[in-house]
Structure formats: C-alpha cells, structure tokens
Design a protein. Structure first.
Length: 217
C-alpha cells in the first residue's frame, strides 16, 4: 500500500511563493520516517530542516512540488478562494505521481477539515482516499516529511530574493523586517515588488497609507 503526504509552506506570507510538497512511501516503510525523527517543520530549526530534507528525499518513493507565485495567487483569487487554489494544485501533484497512492493525507486549511478532501477530489483523475485533517503535519509522519520539504524549498526561494534585494525577513505580515522592506521598496519605486501579494490586506494597507500621505502632502 502506498501512502502520500501533502503540506504547504508560505500560505499566509505577503512576500514570496506558496510551496506545496507531496511525498509518497510504502506504508510498511513509514516507520523509517518515525525513526528519522520527522515532525511538523514549524517545530524544527532551519538547520534541522536542512539536515532532514535530503534524507527524506532519499527515503520516500516519490516527491514533487508546486510553487505558486504571488502573481498567480493574486490572479486566481479573483475567481477562486485560496483553499480552492491549494486544492487544485494538490490535485495536480497527486495526478502527476508516477505511482498513484492508495491513500493521501493532507493538512486541511478548511474550517471543516473534510470539506478540503472534497475539493481535492474534484481535481483527481484516479481513485484515491483523501484523509484531510487539521494538524495532519503533527499526526502523520509522511505529512511531516512533506512539511519539511515544502518549508526548505520556500526558505531557499526567500534566500534567492534576499541575495538580489537585501534583507526581506520571513515574508510574513507580523515580521517588522518584511514590513520595513515593503515600505522602503514602495517609497523608492512607487509600487510594490512583483514577488509580493498585492491582494493581501497588508499590501493594501501599505499602499493606502502611502496614497493618503500623498493626498495630505
């Protein structure tokens, strides 16, 4: 029996992509992930995640990623909810596996966890039992593995941006470094960077403050 785990990194940030990772493994081999010590990526340090990630890639049967850019998120949100966008990309990842899993575990962003499974089923071209639960990244080792893979990929994307543009921070709205970066960019270029999510309330607030200040001046 083959099982798959799916999780995302970067769902909420105002800067950078959302990365969804999928990993599959033979059910009988899942104990190897437990022995490795995988857990939800948020409970691990960046160093620990970077140590685990290459080991996970060698241990699992298959893995792949979907990277959704800020522009794509903004464009799709005109027609779809973020939950629907995520379900669509998860469906594509499952369909793209060479060996289709019998069961897939996913960390649900929907308030009603089972509703997310229904969303995913709408995009599948094969039969697969979807287990959609809150905190699946804590409860299922294969989802923890996917969580680690997704987080390390997103972290690398942020580092790439920082090499070009300087300190960005985590990309989350609660990060002062991120807000400072966006304000500085806006003041210098009179627009927000293409790698920020314009549909986010954080972006709208920053733009509104700038616009109101200009009106006042």
């Amino acid at each position: 029996m083959i099982i798959a785990g799916i999780d995302e990194a970067g769902r909420g940030p105002v800067v950078g992509p959302m990365v969804i990772a999928i990993a599959s493994i033979e059910k009988k081999s899942e104990d190897s992930l437990i022995e490795l010590g995988v857990k939800d990526s948020k409970l691990l340090s960046p160093r620990q995640r970077n140590i685990f990630a290459p080991k996970i890639r060698k241990m699992v049967k298959e893995f792949s990623f979907a990277m959704i850019s800020p522009k794509e998120i903004d464009d799709l949100r005109d027609r779809k909810s973020l939950n629907e966008i995520e379900a669509m990309r998860i469906g594509e990842l499952l369909n793209g596996l060479k060996t289709k899993p019998d069961k897939a575990y996913v960390d649900s962003p929907d308030v009603l966890a089972k509703n997310f499974a229904k969303r995913i089923h709408n995009y599948l071209d094969f039969e697969c039992h979807i287990v959609s639960e809150h905190k699946a990244d804590l409860n299922y080792p294969i989802v923890s593995a996917a969580s680690i893979l997704a987080k390390t990929v997103r972290d690398k994307e942020i580092k790439k941006l920082e090499k070009v543009h300087g300190k960005i921070g985590s990309g989350y709205s609660h990060d002062p470094d991120t807000i400072d970066f966006l304000n500085k960019w806006l003041n210098e270029k009179n627009s927000l960077p293409e790698f920020s999510r314009k549909s986010w309330e954080t972006s709208k607030t920053i733009l509104d403050k700038k616009f109101q200040k200009k009106l006042f001046e």
